[in-house]
Design a protein around this ligand. Structure first.
Ligand SMILES: [Fe+2]
Ligand SMILES: [Fe+2]
Length: 300
C-alpha cells in the first residue's frame, strides 16, 4: 500500500460538508426504526472517539509526532461525523435526548476500562506497542467504512445514502493512515511488534462500538446489512486485507465475530432475523431478474 500523505491529510482535514444535503427531502422520506437504531449506534460510536483518544495518546505513542498530528485531525472529523448523524435523525423527526452524549460516555464498559488500561500501559512500556494500536485502528476504520457503505446501499432515503457515503470516504482515509502505519511498524518492529500485536488483537479485539449505546445493536446491524451473500463476501474481504499486514496472516476475526453476532441475533430477536432473511431473498431474486433482463437485451 502507498505511503500515507500525512501533510496532505492534516492540511485538508475538515468537518464533513453538509451543504449539499437536502434536509427537506431527508425529512419527507424519513428513516425506519431500524435505521434510527443503526444511526444512533453509529453516532454514539463516533462521539465516543474522544474517549478512545485518551487511550491512544499515551507513552511512546504520545511522543510520536505522526501519530499526534493525525489524532488531532481524526478526533475532529469523527466528532463531526457524530454530530452530522445526530442532525440527520433530528431533521428526520427523531431527535436524540439532550443529555444523550453524557449518557453514552459517562460509564465506560468494564471491557473498555480493561483494554484502555492495558493499552495505556503497553504504550508506556515499549515503542513496539504503537504497531498494535495502528493495526487495531485499521481494522475498526475498515469496518466503519464498510458499514456506512452497506447502510448507503440499503436505505431508501437518498439523502441518508449521500451523507453516510461522505462519512465512508473519511473512514477510508483514516484506514489508509492506520494501515500504512501498522504495515511499517509491524515490519520494522519484527517479531516483538508482531507478537505483541497478535496478543493484543487476538486477546482483546472486538468491533468498534461494542459496549457503546443500546445493547445488541451491532448484532442487529450485522443481520440487517451483512446477512446476504454480498455482505458476507465483503466481510471476508476485510479479513483478507488485514491479513496482508506483516505477522497478521492468521487474522480471521471479523468473519468469526460477525458470524457469531448474526447467530446471537437469531436467538435475541428471531422475528426480525427471519424478516431480514426474507428481505435478502427478495433482493437476491430482484437482482437475478434484472441481470437476466440485461442479458436478454444484450443478446437482441
Ligand atoms: Fe467516523
Ligand atoms: Fe474514522
Amino acid at each position: 500500500m502507498a505511503e500515507f500523505d500525512l501533510e496532505r491529510f492534516v492540511s485538508l482535514s475538515k468537518a464533513v460538508d453538509l451543504s449539499d444535503i437536502d434536509w427537506a427531502e431527508a425529512a419527507h422520506i424519513g428513516i425506519t426504526d431500524e435505521e434510527y437504531r443503526t444511526i444512533r449506534f453509529m453516532a454514539d460510536t463516533e462521539l465516543h472517539t474522544i474517549l478512545y483518544l485518551r487511550d491512544l495518546l499515551a507513552g511512546h505513542s504520545a511522543a510520536d509526532s505522526e501519530v499526534t498530528q493525525f489524532m488531532a485531525c481524526w478526533v475532529y472529523e469523527e466528532t463531526h461525523h457524530g454530530r452530522a448523524l445526530e442532525r440527520f435523525c433530528s431533521e428526520a423527526g427523531r431527535p436524540m435526548d439532550k443529555d444523550h452524549f453524557y449518557k453514552v460516555n459517562k460509564v465506560p464498559s468494564f471491557r473498555e476500562e480493561i483494554t484502555g488500561f492495558l493499552s495505556r500501559g503497553g504504550a508506556r512500556v515499549t515503542p513496539h506497542f504503537a504497531a498494535s494500536h495502528m493495526c487495531w485502528g485499521a481494522i475498526n476504520e475498515l469496518l466503519a467504512n464498510t458499514s456506512y457503505l452497506a447502510l448507503a446501499r440499503h436505505t431508501k432515503n437518498p439523502q441518508l445514502a449521500k451523507l453516510v457515503s461522505k462519512l465512508a470516504r473519511d473512514e477510508r482515509k483514516h484506514f489508509a493512515f492506520y494501515f500504512s502505519q501498522a504495515e511499517r511498524r509491524l515490519r520494522d518492529g519484527g517479531w516483538k511488534a508482531q507478537k505483541l500485536c497478535y496478543l493484543a488483537i487476538r486477546g482483546f479485539w472486538e468491533p468498534v462500538g461494542i459496549g457503546v449505546g443500546e445493547p445488541n445493536t451491532l448484532e442487529m446491524i450485522i443481520s440487517l446489512y451483512f446477512g446476504d451473500e454480498e455482505g458476507r463476501t465483503e466481510l471476508m474481504a476485510l479479513d483478507t486485507k488485514i491479513a496482508q499486514l506483516p505477522g497478521m496472516e492468521w487474522f480471521d476475526m471479523i468473519v468469526k465475530w460477525t458470524n457469531a453476532g448474526r447467530d446471537r441475533y437469531q436467538t435475541i430477536d428471531a422475528v426480525s432475523y427471519a424478516r431480514h432473511r426474507a428481505n435478502d431473498a427478495r433482493n437476491a431474486a430482484k437482482k437475478q431478474a434484472s441481470t437476466f433482463r440485461g442479458a436478454q437485451v444484450a443478446s437482441t
